[in-house]
Each structure stands twice: as C-alpha cells, then as structure tokens.
Design a protein around this ligand. Structure first.
Ligand SMILES: Cc1ncc(COP(=O)(O)O)c(C=O)c1O
Length: 281
C-alpha cells in the first residue's frame, strides 16, 4: 500500500516483533504508518525499534470495548499508556483504537444498536480518561456491520470497515445493501453421477470458517461437501454446466478468501477491466 502511494496507513493491530517493527520503521520514509499498542512492553519494543532506526512512530492506544481481544482493560491503564507515549521522544500519540468485531454480526438491528451503544459507553469512559491527559486526534474503529451504529453515537472519528467492499454470504444477511462482489471462478471438474457437481475450489481456495459458499448463479443448489481441493454440490437436471465449464462461487468470508489468491480480476459489465495483484497474503 505504501509503495502504491498511500501516505496514511493504520495497521489496525499490534506490531511487537523487532523484524516487523524495523519494517514499519523503513516504511516511515514513504508513508506515515501507524499501529496500535496496548501494553508497556509493546510500548518499550516500539520505542527501541524507533531508536534503532532513528525514527518516530505514531501509535494509537488500543482499548478493549467488549470484544475481549487486544486492548487495555481500564480507563486508568489507557491514561497511563497515553502519558508514557507523551513522555517518549520516539513516539507520537495518534489517538485511540476501539474495535468490537462481535457486534457486526447481530441480526436483530435493535439488539445490534443496543450492544454497540453499550460498547460505546465503555469507549466514552476510556476517552474521558485519555482526554484528561491530552487531546485525542483520532478515534478509530468499527466494521461493516456496526459502523452505522457507532456513527450514530458519534465517538469515532474514523471507520475501519473493510468487508463492505466485497461482502460475502455471511455479511449479506446482516448488511444486505452491500451485495457480494467477490467470486471465486471455479471449474467443473466432474459430474460423475447424476446430481453430483464437483468443482475445483476447495478449502485451499475459499475461506470457510464462516460457513458454506454458494453458487452465484444457482443459489438453489446448496447441499454440498467440501474438501481440500474440491467443492461438491447436489444439483438436479436443470443445472446446465458441464465438465470444463466455469462457475462463480460466493465465499462465506471475503477476508479469508482474498488472501488465498495472488490476483483479482475487476469485472464490469461482464468484461475484465483491471487486474489487481494481491500482495497481502
Ligand atoms: C481491528 C479491525 N478493524 C476493522 C476490521 C474490518 O471489519 P469488517 O471486515 O467487518 O469491515 C477488522 C476485521 O477483522 C478488524 O479486526
């Protein structure tokens, strides 16, 4: 991304190993690459890397607003970490990161709103403690399913949603306005017996931890088996494709599908208009 000219990048995660921190330091010459920290150990490691590379890192403190993953746990710790960043000549305070992935996937909108409001209450307490120390230039968070609810609450200044670009069969249920746009183009390998369709797109080419993929143009055929190299559907006599034909498959999770491929073809009006190289895998 930096090499492609993006000048403001937030790695929405912790960077803690010397090799990766050195890489982040090298990026500083072409792009302001920020990342999150949530511990004094992480801070010391970032500081050491910045010193070693004679640079300064802009860092955000990550606060846990209910996801139960990374992030400081209390407003006191959030304030303390902020103070320590301000004291460091090698670090700049870039703001707060707060992400709760779990509230993206709640079907009942009222319940989703209620749960996001609750996580925003936690965030408000964290922010109050940090603001008692200094201004907060950025409050970054939210995913595709909860962004609009967080925006209503008005605490975030930056949205981290990503899946909306491609969507998938999972997000389609929660945010139907974002229609699936990422397809794995599979080939019919075999139709060995009546009703069995075998494609060459198994778990090595489609992320499956959110459930089963779907045939884009034939959603009625859902019963299937899935293995390393193969995806099978139970079809009937109306299914028109034969061995060697291509068929589009919609993954259940776009994030863990796109990283399995090296190229993505952008299609408009049934024509390939661009070819994108996937560097992040
Ligand atoms: C920290 C963080 N921000 C943003 C996102 C993007 O969320 P979504 O894919 O729901 O848009 C993720 C996804 O895992 C995440 O971990």
């Amino acid at each position: 991304m930096a090499e492609a000219g993006i000048r403001d990048i937030l790695v929405a995660n912790q960077i803690v190993t010397p090799g990766k921190l050195d890489r982040a330091a090298r990026l500083q010459t072409i792009s302001e690459t920020k990342f999150a920290i949530d511990s004094l150990v992480g801070l010391a490691r970032a500081e050491a890397a910045a010193q070693r590379n004679s640079c300064q890192f802009e860092v955000l403190i990550e606060v846990d607003i209910g996801l139960g993953r990374c992030g400081v746990q209390t407003p006191e710790d959030a304030a303390d970490l902020t103070r320590r960043i301000l004291e460091s000549p090698n670090l700049r305070f870039g703001g707060v990161q707060a992400y709760h992935g779990g509230t993206n996937y709640i079907l009942d909108l009222v319940e989703r709103e209620r749960r996001v409001a609750h996580s925003d209450q936690v965030l408000a307490q964290m922010l109050a403690a940090v603001r008692a120390v200094c201004d907060v230039p950025r409050v970054s968070g939210a995913g595709t399913g909860n962004a609009r609810h967080h925006l209503q609450d008005g605490l975030l200044t930056e949205i981290q949603a990503g899946s909306y670009v491609y969507s998938d069969t999972t997000y389609r249920q929660f945010e139907p306005d974002y229609r699936p746009a990422l397809f794995v183009l599979a080939t019919v390998l075999s139709r060995p017996v009546e009703g069995r369709l075998v494609l060459d797109a198994g778990r090595k080419s489609i992320g499956t931890e959110f459930g089963n993929p779907e045939l884009a143009d034939y959603p009625q055929f859902s019963e299937h088996r899935f293995s390393e190299e193969h995806l099978q559907f139970q079809v009937d006599g109306t299914f028109p494709l034969q061995v060697g034909d291509k068929v589009k498959v919609i993954p259940s999770h776009c994030c863990t599908t796109s990283n399995l491929h090296r190229r993505c073809y952008a299609i408009q009006d049934e024509r390939v208009v661009e070819e994108w190289v996937i560097d992040a895998f």
